[in-house]
Design a binder for this molecule. Sequence first.
Ligand code: ZN
Length: 224
Amino acid sequence: MQQDYTTLTLPDVQPDLDMNGGFLCSWTYWQPDTAAPDPEVPGLKLSMITYLPVAPAADCLCGSGESYARCCRTLRYWQPVCPSPDLRGFGLLAPRSATFRAVDGAAMRERLMDDARLYCTEDTPDRVFWTLWGEPALESEYGIICFGDIELRNRRTLIVSAMSTPRMAILLDLLAGADDAGLPSPTVEHDPIQVFDKRTRERRELSPRRAGERKPSGWRRKRA
Ligand SMILES: [Zn+2]
């Protein structure tokens, strides 16, 4: 689920990146929109991709337990990751959304408004939107680091979006704690993953990565 406030993307893959030396890491920041009547609402969302160098003998950031040289280094594209919510590690990019229908939206709204980890960027009868900040919020020169979103539509439908499995787990935990009656089972949708080909530097789309799956389907190891 995409947010409909401004998204900026920078910088794209630089030409001098080491082809087999690391990962591309996806970051999302929130910052006030100083040009808006209310700079805080909805604010600006900034998406950024940075390059993370990794030594061949280091543990692979995908979490496989193998060395980087034996694992993601052999891929034809840079494996995309995002920082884990505690900023102590990384998770493979696996964007997905979970949709809960027929929720008690009024009660849920009240509980989520009280959660210090969430920051509300929109609050209308049709749509309430929260972004997940760290606890405490983690500020950088680009803004506050965001780890996922919760949207309430028409006080009935709750849509949770996250870029990785650990992030989604945190959001679902948070929701479970905010609902006494027990939420209905969500519909989960997995989104395609955007990657950059190491040789052509062009964007490619991989099929969605399911929970628990380390490599997306269609993944192949390049022969050395
Ligand atoms: Zn790996």
